[in-house]
Ligand binder design. Structure first.
Ligand SMILES: Cc1ncc(COP(=O)(O)O)c(C=O)c1O
Length: 386
């Protein structure tokens, strides 16, 4: 399989797997214990905390380990919601469902700020909404299009209005530099499986000195910010993945991935008529390509690509058989008919140039085949967006 779905999840690095094994078999101690094995587990977690902190420019004490990116987001927003005064929750219209469903269920007004045709936040609308806001949550990069948001401007506007800010950096961490200090963020969410760590482990950055209200009460682990016995093996593996992601970024991984992605787009777009790119070209993750293929049903294309051994995602979320463009494409004003023809290819530093070019050829052939056989019917398919 040629795996081009890194925004859904990434291949776990062998080094991360190796790092986690001793904590699954051999040392099973509860890291809260006092005996030697427990202290060793705690030490391993502390080292991992340091690596995760370094990936995002934080101090180790500001990292809270969680179960997923979704949990990090919910914990951050729950704290903001509990502690912030009156006013609305201001989010972008293209946030991940973890953010959108949280604020929709919170007992305050929600301002969903529109984006432009390129998928970037409308800063004027954002500034206007901040006047009556209680807190802000804006993602660093979008999971569907890879479009990078104007975070520096967002934060400076939020600061002018004295608003606390959470950033969902689940898709950005490990793919592009993330620096909580430079951006002066209050809370930031990341997830291990998006940067070649294991699934089911995430982290929340909580700025030192920030008031934090936890939603998970219990034995007081993670300095009382997230109770529950920690997933030592998962945390250690995420730490190793974070350490290696930082090294990779410092040694040009983003440029190499961008080169592969650009080569893929050049070949596909140069060979397929009616192939259009969605999302801002300048401000997007180096690993993401979101393409529409005129008059090609995305579900059909996905099936053909799967048969050809290429794994990617459809660009419109079609849940439980009901085909509808994703909220992200809707917010960008992409017409329905085009949205239903779009695919997301997301690459990683573990892809090779050769396999990516093979995938491009297979994509070209899949489009040709579909166009030659496709009738008017568009069949349902269940797709979940990572
Ligand atoms: C932008 C964004 N936020 C949050 C999440 C949730 O992360 P997790 O899968 O670890 O719950 C995802 C996962 O796809 C995501 O892309």
């Amino acid at each position: 399989m040629i795996y081009l779905d890194a925004n859904a999840t990434t291949v776990m690095l062998p080094e991360a797997l190796e790092a986690m094994l001793p904590w699954l078999q051999g040392n099973h101690a509860n890291p809260s214990g006092v005996y030697r094995a427990a202290r060793l587990a705690r030490k391993a977690m502390d080292e991992a905390r340091g690596h995760v902190a370094e990936l995002i420019g934080a101090d180790a004490g500001e990292i809270v380990f969680t179960g997923t990116g979704t949990e990090s987001v919910n914990m951050a927003l729950q704290s903001l919601d509990e502690l912030a005064g009156e006013g609305s929750a201001v989010v972008s219209a293209i946030e991940h469902s973890a953010v959108l469903r949280f604020v929709e269920n919170a007992k305050r007004n929600v301002s969903k700020i529109p984006v432009d045709a390129g998928g970037r936040l409308d800063l004027d609308a954002f500034e206007a909404a901040c006047k009556t806001a209680a807190y802000v949550s804006v993602m660093s990069a979008n999971n569907e299009t890879g479009v990078i948001q104007p975070l520096t401007e967002v934060i400076s506007i939020a600061r002018e209005h004295g608003l606390p800010i959470h950033c969902d950096a689940v898709q950005a961490a490990g793919k592009i530099p993330v620096d909580v200090r430079r951006e002066a963020i209050d809370l930031l969410s990341i997830s291990g499986h998006k940067f070649h760590g294991p699934k089911g482990v995430g982290a929340l950055y909580v700025r030192s000195g920030l008031d934090f209200h936890t939603m998970i009460h219990g034995g007081g682990q993670e300095s009382g910010r997230r109770s529950g016995t920690e997933n030592v093996a998962g945390i250690v593996a995420m730490g190793e993945a974070a350490r290696l992601a930082k090294i990779a970024l410092e040694t040009g991984s983003a440029d190499r991935v961008r080169e592969m992605r650009d080569g893929f787009e050049k070949l596909v777009m140069g060979s397929v008529s009616g192939c259009m790119r969605n999302g801002d070209i300048t401000f997007r993750l180096p690993n993401t390509s979101h393409l529409s293929f005129e008059s090609c049903d995305a579900a059909g294309l996905l099936i053909l690509l799967d048969e050809a051994g290429v794994a990617c995602s459809a660009g419109s979320a079609c849940m439980t058989g009901k085909r509808q463009p994703s909220h992200v494409q809707l917010a960008m004003g992409i017409p329905d008919v085009r949205a239903k023809t779009s695919l997301r290819f997301s690459f990683s530093r573990l892809n090779t140039h050769d396999e990516v070019m093979q995938a491009a050829e297979k994509t070209i052939r899949a489009v040709e085949k579909l166009r030659s056989v496709q009738g008017s019917g568009i069949g349902p398919v269940a797709i979940h967006y990572g």
